[in-house]
Ligand binder design. Structure first.
Ligand SMILES: [Fe+2]
Length: 458
């Protein structure tokens, strides 16, 4: 049996995963068109996740009212294709194009300007976020389905709500959107199971850019009802550390180091010394690091409701991507590429996040008082994550950026239903970093990663 479809709505008119993918399988990628990808998305199951590969509008039926709201930077051809796909199943579709800034190259402080706020988030939306007024409009006007928002957990709502994570044709035509859902789910289940079957054990996370972190897999966060966490996998975003609130017993300790965030330009290597889940020291990072230290100073005396002691930059997000077919966009220097936010969905890539949880009660608390909130990221592109189980055994979860679940017989058997397991269970895109997997010196690279990534100096 391949996959486990009990977590989603079933998708009226959606046949078995095998049937949909079996006709096209991995061959889709060579012939993918805007229309064929739209058709795939419109007929895929709805699971209220924003990760490529988990987007579907498949419960849509004739006569449904659908509201699509996207930022202005979205390629109109991608939007048109999705609307045409929805028309194809008989829906009526209204579209709102929301204003935002035109395309431009990323700047050093963009992670901060796009992620951090001192006012309620609906006053000044963060990049990729969902506008409360759109959600209110969809509810008030009785839309059957709202398609809105690029990333992060989809908020609770009484009616159907799905994401639209694509800005460019390259995003939309990528094979990641067509990866067999049942296989993607079993990859998630086998990766997540390595953590949930070893509660009470310890995680050791390392990366060649300098990360070396340990944390205990705590039991109570799985059961206390905190948002976007639990024993079932959160498709495409598997959290090796629980989301907020952070407890006083959190023993996460070590170093996080890297040269990329979600939205900013790549930066000189930053190191975060973590003690009891708190960033005790922030070193390097060029202009990003300097700006981060300013925010750390600003909030040093603030007691947030979600943290056990004052300060904003507590670690909670250690999130594992799960899609083997994600690639870095070719226009990575431009904000329309979605930056490194897109590639953090690749299987085995980890993004670390410190600060408040997206659209949480602590963010409401801070925004209402004009207090700084939000969280900032450091990406790990070649992580190794090992669980030291309570019985003393060691369980590999990721080895040098490759999910260990790829080798599980059940996962390989599932892959065989869709094509060549070796091809399907392979990360198609590997980042390239001098001194790690490319010729050259890491010391030189980390002083100005932009020179390597964008082909020019800052
Ligand atoms: Fe995050």
């Amino acid at each position: 049996m391949c996959g486990n479809d009990h977590d989603h709505g079933g998708g009226r008119g959606s046949g078995p995963e095998r049937a949909r993918h079996g006709a096209t399988g991995v061959r889709v990628r060579s012939t993918a068109t805007l229309q064929s990808v739209a058709q795939h998305v419109v007929t895929s199951d709805e699971v209220r996740r924003s990760a490529a590969g988990f987007i579907g509008y498949g419960d849509t039926q004739r006569g449904d009212k659908v509201l699509v709201a996207v930022p202005r930077i979205t390629d109109p051809d991608v939007l048109d294709a999705v609307v045409a796909g929805l028309h194809g199943v008989g829906a009526r579709v209204d579209v709102i194009v929301m204003d935002d800034e035109p395309d431009r190259p990323f700047e050093a402080r963009d992670e901060i300007t796009m992620m951090m706020r001192r006012e309620p988030y609906h006053v000044n939306l963060r990049r990729g976020d969902r506008a409360p007024w759109i959600e209110e409009l969809a509810a008030a006007r009785g839309y059957d389905l709202l398609i809105h928002g690029a990333a992060g957990p989809v908020p609770s709502s009484a009616s159907r709500y799905e994401a639209f994570p694509w800005t460019t044709k390259e995003h939309f035509l990528g094979e990641a959107n067509l990866f067999p859902r049942a296989l993607h789910k079993i990859i998630n289940e086998h990766t997540w199971g390595r953590i949930t079957q070893n509660i009470g054990g310890r995680i050791r996370l390392t990366d060649p850019e300098g990360t070396d972190l340990t944390t205990t897999i705590l039991e109570y966060p799985f059961h206390d009802g905190r948002h976007d966490y639990g024993l079932k996998p959160k498709w495409g975003h598997l959290m090796a550390h629980a989301p907020t609130p952070v407890g006083p017993d959190d023993d996460t300790t070590g170093v996080i180091a890297g040269t990329m965030s979600h939205y900013g330009r790549a930066f000189p290597r930053i190191t975060l010394d973590i003690e009891g889940a708190k960033a005790a020291q922030i070193t390097g990072g060029g202009e990003y690091g300097a700006a981060w230290r300013e925010l750390d100073e600003e909030t040093a005396g603030v007691q947030y409701p979600c943290f056990p002691a004052p300060g904003l930059f507590w670690l909670w997000e250690l999130a594992i991507g799960t899609n083997p077919k994600i690639r870095r966009p070719s226009n990575i220097e431009q904000i329309s590429s979605d930056g490194f936010e897109w590639e953090r969905r690749r299987a085995g890539v980890i993004h670390c996040g410190l600060g408040t949880r997206w659209r949480s009660t602590e963010e409401d608390w801070a925004g209402d008082q004009g207090i700084l909130y939000g969280h900032l990221h450091v990406h790990l592109l070649f992580p190794t994550l090992i669980v030291e189980a309570p019985d003393g055994s060691t369980v590999p979860v990721i080895e040098h950026g490759r999910l260990s679940a790829y080798d599980d017989p059940e996962v390989r058997d599932c892959a065989a239903q869709f094509g060549d397991p070796d091809e399907l269970l392979r990360n198609d895109w590997e980042p390239s970093i001098p001194g790690i997997n490319a010729a050259g010196s890491y010391d030189d690279y980390q002083e100005d990663p932009g020179k390597w990534i964008y082909g020019r100096t800052a």
